[in-house]
Design a protein around this ligand. Structure first.
Ligand SMILES: Nc1nc2c(ncn2[C@@H]2O[C@H](COP(=O)(O)OP(=O)(O)OP(=O)(O)O)[C@@H](O)[C@H]2O)c(=O)[nH]1
Ligand SMILES: [Mg+2]
Length: 277
């Protein structure tokens, strides 16, 4: 199965990103800590070329901390890359570290020019939230769904850095199924582009295999269900996702699972680990 979701504004967003990059000193590539590989858009790497990059792994409060540490180390192993795990729970650390890294990486620019940094990444990973953290006030619209930002927006940080936020970029067709499913489970592809049951089944299967103890504790289960459908059945019964007559509505149960995963209610979960080098 391949997945297509490429709203009209993204063609312009891609063009705008290509046009702006030559004037920038640093790219701030925002990826989701729970799925750093699936949420890395190859186009962003292509646009940045040889410019230095700070990879910001956002929403680290939702991801498995040990796996995130391994991802930061993995990203920093790439030439010209600095990496940092950010969360809205520690805005001050994020503000200080990103500002320092931008100034450090841009030290070869013309000294009479401000540092210019461009934020890019797939939708809903927390790019605009990062702008607000760096500004220390709300200047960019954020939202719990993909494609909230539709246009580039430049802001001047108190440190003098000129920071540009950009709309989330997807690629026209996502061929790789696990990648599309991870992006959908995390919320980077809208719920209208893919059905909850497919994503819920994918999430249930993954959780049973990798985080069974969290599943047992969160849903107060006596034993681990034998398969994904059985887990959705248990969730449906516990959350009242039932049809007339009392049978479980698997669709609704899947929706519950997806939303509880996204909110971090099941626990700190990483959907991907870095390749072992
Ligand atoms: N738990 C948690 N949620 C976060 C964090 N950062 C951002 N979010 C949430 O993620 C959602 C998306 O944030 P945005 O900043 O709008 O994401 P974006 O990348 O700008 O999205 P687009 O403009 O649609 O591409 C919002 O509901 C934020 O509150 C974080 O560190 N932790
Ligand atoms: Mg945004």
């Amino acid at each position: 199965m391949s997945l297509q979701w490429y709203p009209g504004h993204m063609t312009k967003a891609r063009r705008d990103l290509l046009a702006l990059m030559p004037s920038q000193d640093v790219m701030i590539e925002v990826i989701d800590s729970r799925l750093p590989e699936a949420s890395s858009n190859p186009l962003v790497a292509e646009v940045r070329g040889a410019k230095p990059v700070i990879k910001v792994l956002t929403k680290s409060d939702l991801a498995d901390p040990a796996v995130t540490r391994a991802w930061v180390a993995f990203c920093e192993g790439e030439p010209g890359v600095k990496a940092f795990a950010a969360t809205t729970k520690r805005p001050q650390v994020t503000r200080q570290r990103i500002t320092e890294l931008c100034q450090h990486l841009a030290q070869h620019r013309r000294p009479d020019r401000p540092v210019r940094a461009l934020i890019a990444g797939v939708p809903n990973v927390g790019k605009s939230t990062l702008v607000n953290i760096l500004m220390n006030r709300v200047v960019a619209k954020v939202g719990d769904k993909p494609a909230v930002t539709k246009e580039q927006q430049a802001v001047h940080l108190p440190s003098g850095i000129v920071l540009t936020d950009s709309p989330g970029l997807m690629w026209p067709k996502i061929e790789h199924e696990p990648r599309a499913f991870r992006l959908a489970l995390a919320g980077s592809i809208p719920d209208t582009a893919i059905d909850y049951l497919t994503i819920g089944m994918f999430g249930a299967e993954f959780l049973l295999e990798r985080y069974p103890d969290l599943v047992i504790a969160h849903y107060k289960l006596g034993a681990i269900p034998s398969n994904a459908e059985a887990l959705l059945g248990e969730i449906g019964r516990r959350r009242g996702a039932l049809r007339k007559g009392g049978t479980v509505d698997l669709h609704k149960a899947a929706e519950v699972l997806v939303h509880e995963f996204r909110a971090g209610a099941i626990g700190q979960i990483s959907l991907e680990a870095p390749p072992i080098s």
